[in-house]
Ligand binder design. Structure first.
Ligand SMILES: [Zn+2]
Length: 188
């Protein structure tokens, strides 16, 4: 944890208690100025005695953070509510380091269960998981693709054949009618 990086920051959010029971995925906007984690806002060398750390420039767009809440059962929820804070450590969301080559600090996110979530915190639906193809299924599909051209003739072939036969029949009937007409008109 002692690699050089930007200052660590503290942020506190309230979430609905049932979100914690479900281990919900949430999203919130990260304020630009956050409490310095080293001094908890009291002021230290890391934050220039201000107690606060800026995580982005004034003109930069707001930063959205998504985090999956750790699942809590009822008893651990009670201990969280009675003062034991649940803290999620999120890398690369804290203060910006002096050198751009260094990572940002940690965001120490305190999650407090409440009756209702903070207005800037919202729950988001998890994206649907991609369809799972087991190896066996994938192999079966491959085998089917390999066999297909040899086993089944193109479906249009029988249709084309019967059409050709139909045309031969029509031409034959017309030819016979033509011969009959020649004979009847006395020119045959
Ligand atoms: Zn500080």
């Amino acid at each position: 944890m002692d690699v050089p990086r930007g200052s660590d920051v503290i942020h506190r959010i309230h979430v609905a208690a049932e979100w914690l029971e479900e281990g919900a995925l949430i999203e919130f906007e990260l304020p630009r100025n956050l409490k310095c984690a080293a001094c908890e806002g009291g002021g230290c060398d890391a934050c220039g005695r201000s107690g606060a750390v800026s995580v982005r420039g004034r003109k930069e767009l707001a930063e959205l953070v998504q985090v999956t809440l750790p699942k809590r059962d009822e008893s651990s929820l009670e201990s969280t509510a009675s003062g034991r804070t649940l803290v999620i450590r999120i890398p690369e969301r804290g203060g910006i380091a002096d050198s751009p080559a260094l990572p940002r600090g940690l965001l120490l996110l305190s999650v407090v269960p409440a009756d209702a979530a903070d207005p800037e915190v919202r729950r988001i639906e998890r994206p649907a998981p991609p369809p799972v193809i087991t190896e066996e299924e994938a192999l079966a599909e491959q085998a089917a693709a390999d066999e297909a051209p040899a086993a089944a003739p193109p479906p249009s072939a029988p249709l084309a054949k019967s059409r050709a036969l139909l045309w031969v029949g029509v031409v034959l009937v017309l030819w016979l009618l033509f011969l009959a007409w020649l004979r009847l008109s006395g020119r045959g």
